[in-house]
Design a protein around this ligand. Structure first.
Ligand code: ATP
Length: 258
């Protein structure tokens, strides 16, 4: 059985059909990029996979568990990294234990040695060991997102979901964050689903691609089939979603020049 199984998932918000009969399976350890224009349903899909949003119909199973609420073995990285600016990178990373050891212990900061080492190891994975003591609000956006990744790793998840983790970063920082994210996923053999709207980053870092358009899967395949026709299929409605294919390709040129 596949590690992640999404079966016939639909989600309606009032009159808006955010997801339409979405089905796919992900084997353990795969790094999947969900790609789509703004409003195509990426966030809704990831939130359903994390148990934050309940599908209108369909089921999601991760490692044989039906996902109906947030689960400690599934870590989520958000576009807005939601880290605490007044706290150090290290303290922020340690709050990842909250998912496993409970709110009280995390607030009282009564972390054991193992958890502290885990937080340092996670910061090392994202290249921030030297900045462990630095206050988060003194770090760049990219560094803060890497702290967010470290916090997710401290949760010791089996599955990592990242919802547009680099959407608010400049191309150089985005590349760096994606590099660390991929490295973390590979080192820890995490099954990872990342949503992105940047084609260049998807092509550079993705192993498998799921293209969403108006809530429907319009492509599911691997790098060898992820060509310009597919990109056009995913993004061919610039008038409705405001995304222009030309912009996407120029993004790519800009980012590759970094
Ligand atoms: N809580 C909500 N209430 C009402 N409509 C929603 C809600 N969440 C999402 N939607 C709608 O569902 C559709 C899909 O939204 P979603 O945020 O999943 O897309 P997205 O691909 O992640 O877009 P973006 O990249 O802009 O975040 C959109 O039309 C959006 O307006």
């Amino acid at each position: 059985m596949s590690y992640i199984s999404v079966e016939g998932v639909s989600k309606r918000f009032g009159d808006t059909q955010a997801l339409k009969d979405v089905s796919f399976e992900v084997p353990q350890g795969e790094f999947v990029v969900v790609l789509g224009a703004s409003g195509s349903g990426k966030s809704t899909l990831l939130r359903c996979m994390n148990g934050l949003t309940k599908p209108t119909s369909g089921t999601i199973t991760i490692n044989d568990t039906d996902i109906t609420e947030p689960h400690p073995e599934i870590a989520m990285i958000f576009q807005q990294h939601n880290i605490i600016g007044q706290m150090s990178a290290y303290s922020n990373a340690l709050t990842g234990t909250l998912q496993r050891s409970g709110v009280l212990e995390s607030v009282l900061q009564s972390h054991d040695r193992k958890e502290k080492l885990e937080a340092l190891r996670a910061l090392e994975t994202v290249g921030l060991l030297d900045e462990a003591g630095q206050r988060a609000n003194q770090m760049s956006g990219g560094q803060q997102q890497r702290v967010g990744i470290a916090r997710a790793l401290v949760q010791k998840p089996m599955t990592l979901l990242a919802d547009e983790p680099v959407a608010s970063l400049d191309p150089g920082s985005a590349q760096k964050v994606m590099t660390y994210l991929l490295r973390a996923a590979e080192n820890r053999q995490l099954t990872t689903v990342v949503s992105l709207h940047q084609v260049n980053l998807a092509r550079q870092f993705g192993e498998r691609f799921i293209g969403l358009k108006h809530g429907e899967v319009v492509f599911d395949g691997y790098a060898e089939d992820f060509d310009l026709d597919v990109i056009d299929r995913i993004y061919d409605s610039p008038s409705t979603d405001g995304t222009d294919l030309g912009d996407l390709i120029s993004d790519e040129t800009e980012a590759t020049a970094q």
